[in-house]
Design a protein around this ligand. Structure first.
Ligand SMILES: [Cu+2]
Length: 266
């Protein structure tokens, strides 16, 4: 924005209310304070997108889930590796960035970002993709389904989709108890057939809280079957709501994770 225009805008807004202006400036600088530059930027990104032909494909998302997976392809449909991707997520109707996340690369043009959608419904994700001098902004709206089918590991075995495989996880005892050995058993199937040679681990934690690390590394015990152990600590703040993050790496496939929840016994 030209300094003169910026000053005029500042003065006008200052008359309305300085406090509001400062608040907006801190939180949404690019959106509220620089519409002109946003416009230029948008135009540049649009032309860049058309010229390069990059596209993004987003894996189905779930409310409260840990990682959002997506893949970026170049104009010829090949996986685009080595890009830096920044995500901005908000409700489509508000048109404003609500929060941002950086993506980490996986294999073959795949990327993942730790994004927890706080509620079901439509969310607009803006992907600012940068590789070398090339920059492209892509936008996708995802429809996050209500977590109606959330399975409770304290009640019984749960099956989740992890990177294209169906993983059935079972804990014992049920409900799990703090400071007691926790048995973790998993069965991995892809296309109905047991999957051998996978690397599995289950990490236990609590949302929004740094807990003493508890992780079970699972070893193969039969066709598609894996087993391991972990010990849950007692939560210093008295919480019993745990998450179990299942990580699976099948032979020749990129690793993937899924999250399940349960309540431990008091
Ligand atoms: Cu805790």
């Amino acid at each position: 924005m030209k300094p003169v225009i910026a000053l005029a805008v500042l003065a006008a807004l200052g008359a309305v209310g300085g406090t509001i202006w400062i608040g907006s400036l801190v939180r949404e600088d690019t959106v509220v304070a620089q519409p002109y530059e946003e416009g230029l930027e948008y135009d540049r990104e649009r032309r860049g997108r058309e010229a390069l032909g990059w596209s993004v494909e987003v894996a189905p998302a779930a409310a409260g889930a840990g990682a959002l997976a997506f893949a970026i392809r170049d104009g010829a449909g090949r996986p685009l590796d080595g890009a830096e991707v920044a995500l901005t997520v908000g409700r489509p109707d508000s048109g404003r960035g609500q929060w941002t996340a950086a993506a980490r690369p996986r294999e073959r043009g795949g990327y993942a970002a730790d994004l927890a959608f706080p509620a079901p419904g439509p969310w607009e994700i803006r992907f600012d993709v940068r590789r070398g001098a090339d920059r492209v902004r892509l936008t996708r709206t995802v429809d996050v389904p209500a977590a109606a089918a959330a399975c409770d590991l304290a009640a019984g075995p749960c099956t989740v989709e992890v990177g294209g495989a169906a993983v059935t996880l079972e804990l014992s005892p049920r409900p799990p108890r703090a400071l007691t050995e926790l048995g973790v058993a998993a069965e991995v199937r892809a296309g109905g057939a047991p999957v051998d040679g996978a690397e599995l681990s289950v990490r236990f934690g609590m949302k929004g809280m740094e807990m003493f690390p508890a992780e079970a590394r699972l070893a193969p015990v039969g066709p598609g079957r894996y087993q391991g152990k972990a010990v849950l600590v007692r939560c210093p703040s008295g919480r019993t709501d745990w998450t179990a993050t299942v990580s699976v790496a099948r032979p020749g496939a990129p690793g993937a994770t899924a999250e399940l929840g349960f309540k431990a016994a008091e």
